[in-house]
Design a protein around this ligand. Structure first.
Ligand SMILES: CC(C)(COP(=O)(O)OP(=O)(O)OC[C@H]1O[C@@H](n2cnc3c(N)ncnc32)[C@H](O)[C@@H]1OP(=O)(O)O)[C@@H](O)C(=O)NCCC(=O)NCCS
Length: 187
């Protein structure tokens, strides 16, 4: 994915739009900085300092510019930002997806719609064969989000990632892209 400049599309779902981060979205990053999990597993700062939150937004733009991946703000139908979702290459034919929703905006179907929307677009990228999510077994909400978007739980990765200094197991969820599904089984 890193051999061509990336262009961030705007993607429309049923309840959300995925678009570029803007400086005016800073309050959501500040809210996320107080979350128990988000700053531990993302680059959201642990402080609600405005400059640190704006730097987070700048980093999302840089991911695209450097070819590191696609980072989207998740906005509701009034264009208010409610969360974040990103698609990042792992090797040349796989990509992993990560997401979070601000605590005040949860349980409204935003994560499920954002993941379904991003997956549907990413499934059309011919250079990708496989989309992956890593989810802690205790993260029931994220497991449901993954399953609602058609991801299959393939197994448990023991001590896959250290979070807050402790090794954590992760479920590997995955689905094949349209391109890989079409080619699967051909000799
Ligand atoms: C996990 C998270 C993304 C869910 O976002 P959300 O917008 O609240 O999820 P949705 O409203 O789209 O819910 C999708 C489904 O999960 C269920 N769900 C959501 N949160 C849940 C929770 N804490 N416990 C149990 N079920 C939950 C919903 O009821 C819904 O179920 P349904 O399919 O039966 O309708 C959000 O809680 C979050 O950002 N958490 C912190 C960061 C994080 O965990 N990111 C994912 C890392 S893998």
């Amino acid at each position: 994915m890193s051999d061509a400049p990336l262009v961030l599309p705007t993607l429309s779902g049923r309840h959300v739009q995925l678009r570029a981060w803007r400086d005016t979205d800073v309050a959501l990053v500040q809210e996320a900085s107080h979350d128990a999990l988000i700053p531990l597993v993302t680059t959201v700062p642990r402080t609600s300092d405005e400059g640190a939150a704006l730097a987070f937004i700048r980093r999302q733009h840089q991911r695209l510019e450097s070819g590191a991946g696609y980072a989207f703000a998740i906005a509701d139908l009034d264009d208010c930002t409610v969360g974040h979702i990103g698609l990042f290459p792992v090797g040349s034919t796989r990509a992993s997806i990560g997401y979070w929703i601000g605590a005040s905006q949860r349980r409204r179907g935003y994560a499920a719609d954002a993941l379904a929307t991003l997956t549907s677009w990413a499934s059309t990228l011919e250079r990708l064969d496989r989309l992956e999510l890593y989810v802690e077994p205790t993260n029931e909400g994220s497991c449901r989000v993954a399953e609602s978007a058609g991801y299959q739980r393939e197994g448990l990765l023991k001590a896959w990632q250290r979070i807050d200094g402790r090794p954590r197991d992760m479920f590997m969820y995955a689905q094949l892209t349209a391109h890989a599904r079409a080619g699967a089984g051909r000799s």
